[in-house]
Ligand binder design. Structure first.
Ligand SMILES: Nc1ccc2ncsc2c1
Length: 252
């Protein structure tokens, strides 16, 4: 998979070259390009923003600079035979976007080429998104109901969420199958985990986990996931299968 990130702070994306993701890049599972948006400016000040039409606080990122950057990173070469190059998907993190979920992460893990546009200030001139949408799918996505200073931190979150799903990235691929929100858990939250010692600061591991009875352990883990989900994320309840509601009543 190819990932391109366009930003005015390339150094912010260094964590993509560290740890597990860094290993995936080194091994060629991910082909990563991080680009400085200012490389497509032509003025002495290398300006990337301007005052908003209609007035209001803050600055808006200029369409000309973004247009040239996206043309360079996702060239629409004349005469390209359709399907000869993977069509990229443009992802624009924004507080005003649709929620980024585990399902989105699974979709992105299936893409061949993702381009991330990191906005700053009050955001990117909307015509950049509208122009790009003429030649590639564009997603404006939110990583939560809060506002950051820019899109870079959101890109780190999004890339980690889908890259860990790529074959060969995680040491133990089966662990992703039992994640919170996974199909195996019916979209529930994971329950609590424990490891040695059995007693720590007078706190004991739940007896059932020491029983060796896998059926009882599985049932206990399911109950813990149900109770945790219903208490912490009641908004996920309506997405659960009908029988999970009955399980809830038994578990609570
Ligand atoms: N451009 C911009 C500004 C704030 C923000 N918060 C989450 S993503 C994002 C993107």
């Amino acid at each position: 998979m190819r990932i391109d990130v366009i930003t005015i702070f390339p150094e912010y994306l260094q964590p993509l070259r560290a740890a597990l993701l860094g290993k995936a890049v080194e091994r060629g599972l991910i082909n990563l390009g991080v680009h400085d948006l200012r490389d497509w400016t032509h003025d002495v000040h290398r300006a990337v923003d301007d005052a908003p039409y209609g007035g209001g606080p803050g600055m808006v990122m200029k369409p000309q600079v973004w247009g040239e950057a996206l043309d360079a990173v996702a060239p629409q070469a004349e005469g390209d035979e359709p399907g000869t190059k993977p069509r990229p998907r443009l992802v624009v993190p924004t507080p005003a976007g649709r929620p980024f979920t585990q399902r989105c992460a699974q979709e992105y893990a299936a893409e061949e080429h993702l381009i991330f546009a990191c906005g700053r200030y009050e955001g990117i001139d909307q015509r950049v998104i509208d122009d790009a949408a003429r030649r590639m799918p564009v997603d404006e996505v939110s990583v939560g109901d809060y506002v950051l200073v820019g899109g870079e931190a959101a890109v780190l979150v999004i890339v980690e969420a889908f890259a860990r799903l790529l074959p060969g990235v995680l040491g133990n691929p089966t662990s992703a199958a039992q994640d919170s929100f996974s199909t195996a858990l019916d979209g529930l939250l994971e329950g609590p985990s424990y490891t040695r010692p059995e007693v720590w600061r007078d706190l004991s591991v739940p007896e059932v986990l020491l029983s060796g009875n896998h059926a009882l352990v599985d049932r206990w883990r399911r109950d813990q996931a149900l109770v945790r989900t219903f208490h912490r994320r009641p908004d996920l309840v309506d997405r659960l299968p009908e029988d999970a509601l009955d399980e809830r009543d038994r578990a609570l």
